[in-house]
Write a new protein. Structure first.
Length: 269
């Protein structure tokens, strides 16, 4: 009573339906679980104080951030029928979670001198509640990547140094409700998946492309990929942008720094 829960007493699990087991996400930096209800204040005839009424469906979301130090299963849930069960657990076996979560965004950040980081967002369409428990095995095969074990491939990377890479994808989900039900009767996946990437280069021998090149040629023909391996060579994540197009570039220079070029890509599948 009136105590505190410390970081090592808290765990987040998901049930990996592909491997048919629960597993704990390792390397987690932060997690946010929450809900928000839409409320209206309604004025009634003959009653001056008003009444609080429901203004729409409950919004429930989960946001996660972790270090990419193993081949996590989260990115596998981008498809139409991939439903995530997850729970936030304390060491005393108390748990709070959900059984109908859907991945809506997934992003990876790589930079010189830091461990790659992952951010993911889920939308929950059943009830967030106590007692849901997705606990399972602890991931112990941890592999630490380094800047030397990460390879980025895109325009101009053969002769110019890559110092940063941001990759993200977004999925659209649409719930359908009916009278008499608090949860959706169906959640549809609305394709396509949308991809974006931003690559930062330290310039050796390159300028920007023509500003109008996207309007005439070059759509959906670029090659953009990111391979993240451990220092021992174990593959942790291979990321690509299907049908990639270069949509923007920014060249920056300052009196006390190096010239840098940032390339922005989009794609879809």
């Amino acid at each position: 009573m009136f105590g505190s829960k410390l970081n090592y007493e808290s765990h987040f699990f998901i049930f990996d339906s592909i491997r048919n087991r629960g597993c704990e996400l390792s390397g987690v930096n932060s997690i946010e679980i929450g809900y928000q209800n839409a409320a209206n204040t309604t004025n009634l005839l003959g009653y001056e104080k008003g009444v609080t009424t429901i203004g729409g469906p409950t919004s429930q979301e989960v946001s996660l951030s972790w270090n990419l130090i193993y081949n996590d299963p989260v990115i596998s849930y981008t498809g139409a029928n991939h439903i995530i069960t997850g729970s936030f657990n304390y060491n005393n076996n108390a748990s709070y979670g959900f059984e109908s979560g859907y991945l809506t965004s997934y992003s990876v950040n790589c930079a010189v001198g830091s461990i790659p980081k992952v951010n993911a967002s889920l939308v929950v369409y059943d009830e967030l509640r106590s007692g849901v428990n997705a606990s399972g095995i602890e991931i112990k095969n941890v592999h630490i990547p380094s800047q030397g074990s990460i390879t980025a491939t895109c325009d101009n990377t053969t002769t110019n140094r890559v110092v940063g890479f941001d990759y993200s994808l977004e999925m659209m989900r649409k719930p359908y409700y009916t009278l008499g039900s608090e949860t959706p009767v169906e959640v549809k996946y609305i394709p396509p998946i949308k991809y974006t990437a931003s690559v930062q280069l330290e310039v050796d021998d390159v300028f920007l492309e023509s500003g109008y090149s996207f309007l005439t040629t070059g759509k959906e023909e670029k090659t953009v990929s990111l391979a993240i391996n451990s220092r021992e060579g174990a593959s942790l994540r291979s990321l690509t942008i299907p049908k990639a197009s270069l949509v923007g570039e920014q060249l920056s220079a300052s009196a006390d720094g190096l010239v840098r070029l940032t390339l922005n890509y989009v794609g879809h599948s």
